[in-house]
Design a protein around this ligand. Structure first.
Ligand SMILES: *Cc1c(COP(=O)(O)O)cnc(C)c1O
Length: 366
């Protein structure tokens, strides 16, 4: 039986009726861009994240960029972020006119290395942007102290960590503000693009509400230079239905991860990334390390097992970042991991028997 990397269809089938009812409600109301469904979802997601405010926008990338702009980050400012992440983090910083300052990652978790962050702070640093990659929150305490001591914004990229916890607090409530993506394959996914910002800061929330809607509070009076970046009503209605299942889906992801960890501990040549104490990983991705990654990946594909690589090129060697002047060899941990990491099939509806198939495939190939 082939094992897909992600399968969205079984979840959609299970929720077919409530999703269609939610979409019908929006069709009846004609509130397509913003509106009551968006407001209701914002309240529900803020409550879920244990924050005071949630501002729905058009994508995770939009959330990151508008958040940086709402925090007044721009030309002359530096923002510290990990090299091993999705390109959106670099794009968001660059589009504000600020300078991304890349730092290396921790070898055990592949998350931003807090010591490297401390070493990268300069007089120009305005913000730190840790990424809760693969579903695991960054251990924030040293970053929180550093940000407080130096007066820096601490902004979470929580696009892969809906529902994850650190010291019992949810991702999205661990810094000054956080960006989430609801891209369809995320732990909480829309039926298209959507995103949001969570924060406890009322003034920041207010600015974000303006920036997503052409900088206006009052119609046709544009106080700030904004743009079109609203969440749409259909996505909000869909997300409201799915949010009630998120904790359950995350706990299934955790069970599947425990199953992988148990079985893979007996497979020589495959190392799993570490789940740090003091948190609750929600396994957006289940990532292992192996030598000859590309050969094994192709051989798995040939026996029907789909995998991914997140991410094959660290940001400092992405063509779109060439003008920043970094060179290969500057971030040895991230560069080594980029050639070894493999993301195995992971989604809540994955069957334990399919996990066994993936593990058997790996055992015979490494
Ligand atoms: C998905 C993702 C984003 C961007 O979200 P979009 O909704 O696709 O714009 C940003 N950062 C990380 C870590 C992501 O995984």
């Amino acid at each position: 039986m082939p094992v897909p990397f992600v399968d969205l269809s079984s979840q959609l089938q299970a929720l077919d009726q409530p999703l269609r009812a939610a979409i019908d409600r929006v069709l009846d109301s004609c509130a397509f861009a913003g509106g009551p469904e968006v407001e209701a979802f914002e309240i529900a997601f803020a409550e879920f994240c244990e924050t005071r405010f949630c501002i729905g926008v058009g994508s995770g990338t939009g959330a990151l960029e508008l958040l940086l702009r709402a925090a007044d980050i721009g030309p002359g400012d530096e923002v510290i972020l990990p090299v091993n992440t999705f390109v959106a983090d670099a794009e968001a910083v660059l589009f504000t006119g600020a300078t991304p300052v890349f730092v290396d990652i921790d070898e055990d978790t592949a998350l931003i290395d807090p010591d490297a962050v401390a070493a990268a702070v300069t007089g120009q640093t305005a913000a730190i942007l840790p990424v809760h990659l693969y579903g695991q929150t960054v251990a924030m305490s040293s970053l929180q102290s550093l940000a407080a001591a130096k007066g820096l914004m601490l902004i979470e990229d929580a696009c892969q960590a809906h529902g994850a916890r650190r010291e019992n607090r949810r991702a999205g409530s661990l810094g000054d503000a956080a960006a989430f993506s609801f891209y369809p394959s995320k732990n909480l996914g829309a039926l298209g693009d959507a995103g949001c910002v969570t924060t406890n800061d009322r003034a920041l929330a207010e600015r974000l509400r303006m920036l997503r809607d052409h900088g206006s509070r009052e119609r046709y009076v544009h106080e700030l230079l904004g743009r079109t970046d609203r969440m749409d009503g259909i996505q909000a209605a869909v997300l409201g239905v799915k949010l009630t299942h998120l904790d359950d889906w995350n706990s299934r992801r955790r069970d599947l991860a425990a199953h992988y960890l148990r079985e893979l501990s007996a497979v020589d040549g495959v190392r799993c990334l570490k789940e740090q104490d003091g948190g609750e990983h929600v396994f957006h991705l289940f990532v292992v390390r192996l030598a000859e990654r590309d050969r094994v990946r192709q051989a798995l594909y040939d026996i029907g097992v789909e995998t991914g690589v997140h991410y094959p090129l660290p940001l400092h060697i992405q063509p779109c970042c060439a003008h920043l002047g970094y060179s290969e060899g500057e971030f040895p941990v991230a560069e080594k991991l980029a050639s070894e990491i493999l993301s195995l099939p992971m989604f809540p509806e994955l069957l334990p028997g399919q996990v066994d198939e993936v593990v058997d495939g790996l055992r015979s190939l490494v």
